[in-house]
Every structure is written in structure tokens, then in C-alpha cells.
Design a protein around this ligand. Structure first.
Ligand code: EPZ
Length: 420
């Protein structure tokens, strides 16, 4: 099993190109099932989760080809089976996003229930409630969600009881082929939802209100083919910015959308970073100084993202002062706390959703274990700061969301090696 070996103490410095967004590429690939014509996706990141989604599309019977520039072309003119098996859904929850497109286009779909995962129970009740409102008959049987709408879906008003990214995406895709108008209320406003919406518009969908909490979709009979480039990964971008800040470094990110990073850039400024943004660039300069502790509270976009809570905790671990971190989205997203404390951090947990981080002068290397994707990246940040050489085990978690992380960190001067 691969591990990362990181020797801390070097300031990150230099330029880095940001990859395409995992959390945008996954729903977009699921959305290719809505069209019978070829759809070409560029800038999909080269990640395990993207490979799993491509494998799922292939299992369903879509033709998927990948060219030398890693553009993915999906042709789902017909499918062989309308069943997404447990084996694939259990390895990646985003597989559940094929449900909406399949039932909308083919009138039938069976998708394994994703079940809980390391960071929380993560139910899908809002996805199912919405599909039922659109006229699908939904039963949960033998661990599968079985949805059918033999006469197609019908547009309606759907109010989601909680703000859910995946729920908004599944329902937005389903509504594209429903008869009439669907109004989705209390939608998530994440940039990845806007990106998915723009992709669907490229294929001929009628969608308005993207990026607001009310999205209106006027169904069409069919979507056509098209070409679409996935947006930049704001979580990857934020992770490298936080890593650079924790090491007192200075970096410039290119091919990024600064507008999607608002809450994170503001917190980095409070931590003492000089930030400059261009149209597609973000520069950060810490001038060699130690960060200042900053309180964080996660909330749906445009609030501070849960996907960057762990990384900011690593920064606070070495900051000057004490900070509180409140996690409001997932009930078990503090697994990195124990591992950060193994590196010498001083973090106390107060219940399941609050942590208090007392910044320490220095961290010290220790063997640690990655537990989930973003928790792993917080360990990478801590290891970059710690004295000595830290080994991070189970880095398959990191590979789900960060393209060639060791190469990118080496490019910025980090002493990082992948070992098996
Ligand atoms: C997406 O997960 C992201 N995944 C997650 O990225 C991200 O952490 C999360 O949104 C929140 O921003 C992808 O985009 C592939 P939700 P998703 O539905 O869609 C509850 C990463 O590290 N809920 O917005 O599954 C749920 O349990 C990750 O890249 C219900 O109760 O998240 C959670 O508490 C992991 N019922 C909250 O809502 C539902 O029907 C938000 O979940 C749906 C969700």
C-alpha cells in the first residue's frame, strides 16, 4: 500500500496549475447519460473516483473513450442495463448520481443504496422525495433504490428540507427531461452545481436560477451532444493555498476561479496572508511569518466549505493563538484530530461538532494514518510543517481527490515522496 513520506520545514513556493474539479466532473459524467448523442468532457481530473464513475458508465453500457489528452467521450445512445451495482456505489457515493438521469431518460433505474461512510450517515432521502414528487415510483428493496416512471417524469415544485449538493444535482438532471416546469427550492448553491447546470445547458437543457436557492428547469424531449470543460477544483486550490500559508510560503495558482474561493481567501487573509487575485490566478504570500489562529464554521456555499475544514485545522494547529472550529455539515468529520495530535498538535474535541485548537510553536514528525480524503490532506499540511520525516499511511484516500499530490508539492519545493 502506498505511503507518503514528507520531511517538513520547507516553505512552499512557486507556481501551480490547478486540476479540474472532482466534485464537478463526477455529476457531469453522470449527466452524460441524459443524452443519446456523444458528449465530450475535457479537464476531468485523473483520479480514482473519476475512473470509478467511468467504469460505472461502462458497466451500464455506455461507450466511453479517453484520448491522449485525457478528454473523456461518452456515448450513451443505448444502455445494456439500468442497474448500478453495490460493488461500484459502495466505493463511491457519487455513483448515486446516475439515478436521476437514468429514470428521467429510460423510465427506470435501480441503484444500490450508498449507505453511510466515514464522515457521516449521509442519507439520500431528499433525492428520493424529489424523484417521487416528479412522478417516479420509488421503492427501497434488497439494498437497492428501484425507481420507475414508465410514462416519464412530470415537472413540479420540489422543496428540499435540507441544503444538499447531491440532491440538487440528481433532481436538476432528472428535471431536464421531465414534462413541463420543475422548480427546485432550497437548492445548494455550490459552484459545482452551477458548472453542472452550464454543462446541461450546453446539451440544450433549459435551466435558470443557477447559483441561487431556486432553480427552474423547463423540460425538453431530448438533450443533444456537446463538449464541455470541467471547472477548476476549488478544494484542491484551497488546499495548496492553506499548505503554503502554514509553511510561511508564497505561491501562485493558475487556471483557477478566485470567485469560488471567497470564504477561504478571507480566512487566509485573517490568518495573515497577502492575497492577490487575477481573472484566473490567485497568489498568496505569508512573508515567512507564522499564521494567526482563525475561527472557522462550516456551512453550505457561499459559507466556509466542510471540504476545507480539516486543512484549516492543520493551519490553526501551528498558528499563533487559539481558534474554534465548528463542523455543521457532517457529524463525523473530525477524524484528523487524533492524528494531528500525534504530530504534536493541541486540539480538544467538544462533542462531535466543535474543536478547539491551541496553536503550538512546532509539530514533530510521527507515523500517521489517512482516514478520509480531506482528513488526509490536513495530515499532509501538518507534515509539511513538522520537524522531521512523517510517514502517512493509507494514502489511497488522498488519491481519490488530489491529482499527483507528491509531484505538485515537489514542484513547490516540498520534500515529498511516494513510497510503497
Ligand atoms: C458533496 O457531497 C460532495 N461530494 C462532498 O465532497 C461535500 O463534502 C458535500 O457535498 C458538502 O459540500 C461530491 O460532490 C461528489 P450533501 P454530498 O448532500 O452531495 C445530508 C469531498 O471530500 N443529507 O450536500 O453527498 C448529508 O448527510 C466530499 O470531496 C441528507 O440528510 O453532500 C449531509 O449531512 C466528501 N439527506 C448534508 O445533508 C439527503 O438526501 C450535506 O450533504 C442528502 C444529504
Amino acid at each position: 500500500m502506498d505511503k507518503l513520506r514528507i520531511t517538513g520545514g520547507r516553505r512552499l513556493s512557486g507556481k501551480l496549475r490547478v486540476s479540474g474539479a472532482k466534485n464537478s466532473a463526477l455529476p457531469i459524467l453522470a449527466g452524460t447519460l441524459l443524452s443519446a448523442e456523444p458528449v465530450k468532457i475535457s479537464r476531468a481530473p485523473h483520479l480514482h473516483d473519476v475512473t470509478t464513475m467511468i467504469e460505472l458508465l461502462g458497466t451500464l453500457g455506455a461507450d466511453v473513450t479517453i484520448d491522449e489528452k485525457l478528454n473523456v467521450e461518452v456515448s450513451a445512445c443505448k444502455l445494456d442495463q439500468l442497474l448500478a451495482p453495490y460493488e461500484l456505489v459502495k466505493t463511491m457515493r457519487a455513483s448515486f448520481l446516475v439515478l436521476g438521469p437514468m429514470v428521467a431518460r429510460f423510465g427506470e433505474a435501480q441503484v444500490s443504496l450508498p449507505g453511510g461512510c466515514a464522515i457521516g450517515s449521509r442519507p439520500v432521502d431528499q433525492h428520493l422525495k424529489g424523484l417521487e414528487a416528479l412522478g417516479a415510483e420509488v421503492v427501497v428493496e434488497d439494498g437497492y433504490v428501484k425507481a420507475s416512471a414508465p410514462r416519464g417524469l412530470t415537472g413540479t415544485q420540489v422543496y428540499m428540507d435540507i441544503v444538499t449538493v447531491g440532491g440538487t444535482e440528481n433532481l436538476m438532471m432528472a428535471a431536464c427531461l421531465a414534462r413541463g416546469v420543475t422548480t427546485l427550492q432550497n437548492c445548494a448553491r455550490e459552484p459545482e452545481i452551477v458548472d453542472l447546470g452550464r454543462f446541461l445547458q450546453t446539451l440544450g437543457a433549459n435551466i435558470s436560477g443557477l447559483g441561487t436557492s431556486t432553480i427552474e428547469i423547463e423540460g425538453v424531449d431530448a438533450l443533444h451532444g456537446g463538449t464541455y470543460a470541467v471547472m477548476a477544483d476549488r478544494v484542491e486550490a484551497g488546499t495548496y493555498l492553506i499548505a503554503a500559508a502554514a509553511t510561511g510560503g508564497d505561491i501562485e495558482l493558475i487556471d483557477v476561479d478566485p470567485a469560488t474561493l471567497g470564504a477561504v481567501l478571507e480566512k487566509l487573509q485573517h490568518a495573515g496572508a497577502q492575497i492577490q487575485t487575477g481573472e484566473t490566478t490567485v497568489s498568496l504570500d505569508m512573508g515567512g511569518s507564522r499564521p494567526i489562529a482563525v475561527d472557522i464554521e462550516t456551512s453550505p456555499y457561499p459559507g466556509f466549505p466542510t471540504d476545507m475544514q480539516a486543512q484549516f485545522m492543520a493551519l490553526n494547529a501551528v498558528a499563533d493563538g487559539t481558534a474554534s472550529i465548528k463542523e455543521n455539515i457532517f457529524e463525523n468529520r473530525f477524524m484528523h484530530v487524533q492524528e494531528l495530535n500525534r504530530l504534536g498538535a493541541s486540539i480538544e474535541l467538544h462533542g462531535q461538532s466543535m474543536a478547539v485548537v491551541h496553536g503550538v510553536d512546532r509539530l514533530k514528525a510521527a507515523p500517521v494514518m489517512a482516514t478520509d480524503l480531506r482528513a488526509s490532506s490536513s495530515l499532509v499540511i501538518a507534515a509539511l510543517v513538522a520537524e522531521g520525516t512523517t510517514t502517512i499511511d493509507r494514502i489511497y484516500h488522498i488519491d481519490r481527490g488530489y491529482e499527483t499530490i507528491e509531484e505538485k508539492l515537489q514542484q513547490l519545493g516540498g520534500a515529498v515522496q511516494r513510497v510503497s
